[in-house]
Design a protein around this ligand. Structure first.
Ligand SMILES: [Mn+2]
Length: 429
């Protein structure tokens, strides 16, 4: 699928929808204007909000039980860059890619850089993988990586992370994300304190390799693949590790990495208050890390999380680094590209709604312990249909008023299948 022909379809479909869109947008703009909100300011903020697409989300993922390919999936890094280019052309909000090493080792950095530039993209972060063994690897990660009881295994895992930094540097990335599968499946299997201390020491060795303009993100997860204990199960452990490492280490919050009913918005507020929130992985969660589309299960929670982010971004932005926003999901049911378009749309809408919260009035209601007023203010923002605002922000940048509709009109998947074949598989999936 060529970008030029997609642009033609975007223009054609936008023209067909323009009159109705203008009506909806005009009405919303008037309503928001009456509340004292500056439309240009909102549009600018929505346009500036960019969400990275991970290289592993472009193909159909599987479960333990099976994998059902959608066809036309990218089989190498250059094709993956091409797919993200299509998404970005449609929504103007996916201008970067997160690389997974070793699934997407950039063997030819200049060519990768050329492809990125041609698609208006850049590399956002590199993600290391010590949760599975690779061909020809000397030591196994079966019993852990950075926390392993044997120094040689820990050393191998540190070297792998260090190699990720090297690959990332060649492509202009400045973020390393570390997520460890390390933990135990049975009581007594692992000495909790020693496993933590070994992890902290390994991460400190790695931190010493980190270039001065890089950030190290430490991601936590309460269970899976280990089900009795994880070495980094929660934000408190990630935070403690960051404190141990230094100012370039930050906590990464993945929406799917919490136990059911965890108050994630409060975690976000805490971490931003401490100046230690560095990144965010979006997905939808019904029970755990189940990779559902962002906003498909708990849109109100997503809005509340953005409420905290927007609140803190106003006065605490100096303490926290620019946040690395990324979708982290593996699509098993839908066309991965459609799923990503839906996810980005949900994220933009949640962000836009959070921008509508009247912070001054909310603060006043909180100070006065006016519970009902505080809740009404949040509901007022949450129940506003901001889709015309998000669509206008996208349209002004040359994107599609309705990305999913336009994706289907342009027959993108059919074109990808024609070009790549029905039986393709993305690396790592
Ligand atoms: Mn994640």
């Amino acid at each position: 699928m060529k970008l030029n022909s997609l642009h033609t379809v975007i223009e054609r479909e936008n023209a067909l929808m323009q009159a109705e869109h203008a009506r909806h947008f005009g009405h919303l703009a008037e309503t928001l204007g009456r509340k004292g909100l500056l439309i240009e300011d909102l549009i600018q903020k929505i346009q500036a909000f960019q969400i990275a697409i991970p290289s592993w989300a472009l193909g159909t993922g599987g479960t333990r039980f099976g994998r059902f390919s959608v066809g036309g999936e990218p089989s190498n890094l250059l094709e993956k860059i091409g797919d993200v280019g299509l998404l970005h052309a449609l929504n103007r909000s996916s201008d970067s890619i997160s690389l997974h090493i070793p699934w997407d080792i950039p063997t030819d950095a200049p060519t990768v850089r050329d492809h990125l530039a041609a698609n208006g993209l850049h590399i956002d972060s590199v993600n290391s993988n010590t949760f599975q063994d690779q061909e020809g690897q000397r030591f196994s990660y079966k019993f852990g990586s950075l926390s392993h009881t044997e120094a040689a295994v820990r050393e191998q895992a540190i070297e792998h992370n260090s190699a990720c930094i090297t690959y990332g540097t060649q492509l202009g990335a400045r973020v390393l994300t570390v997520w460890l599968a390390d933990g135990s499946n049975f009581p007594g299997q692992q000495h909790f304190r020693h496993a933590y201390e070994r992890t902290a020491a390994s991460l400190a060795d790695l931190y010493a390799h980190l270039p001065k303009d890089w950030t190290m993100l430490i991601e936590y997860k309460p269970y899976e693949p280990n089900f009795y204990s994880m070495v980094i199960p929660d934000w408190g452990t990630s935070y403690a590790l960051c404190q141990h490492l230094g100012p370039q280490a930050h906590v990464l919050v993945d929406l799917g990495h919490h136990l059911p009913n965890t108050n994630i918005e409060q975690i976000v507020a805490r971490l931003m208050g401490f100046g230690r929130l560095g990144g965010f992985h979006f997905n939808g969660s019904m029970y755990g890390d189940d990779d559902l589309t962002t906003g498909s299960i708990k849109p109100f929670q997503l809005f509340l999380i953005f409420g905290e982010l927007v609140d803190a971004m106003g006065d605490l932005h100096v303490q926290n680094p620019p946040l690395a926003w990324m979708i982290d999901a593996s699509h098993t049911t839908k066309d991965p590209l459609e799923d990503l378009l839906q996810s980005v749309e949900a994220i933009k809408c949640a962000y836009a709604k959070a921008l509508l919260i009247d912070k001054a009035q909310l603060r006043a209601a909180q100070e006065a312990n006016d519970v009902v007023r505080a809740e009404e203010l949040l509901q007022d923002a949450f129940r506003t249909d901001v889709r015309p605002l998000v669509a206008e922000a996208t349209r002004l940048l040359g994107g599609a008023l309705n990305p999913i509709h336009t994706f289907r009109c342009a027959r993108v998947r059919e074109a990808l299948i024609a070009a790549r074949g029905r039986k393709t598989s993305a690396t790592g999936l």
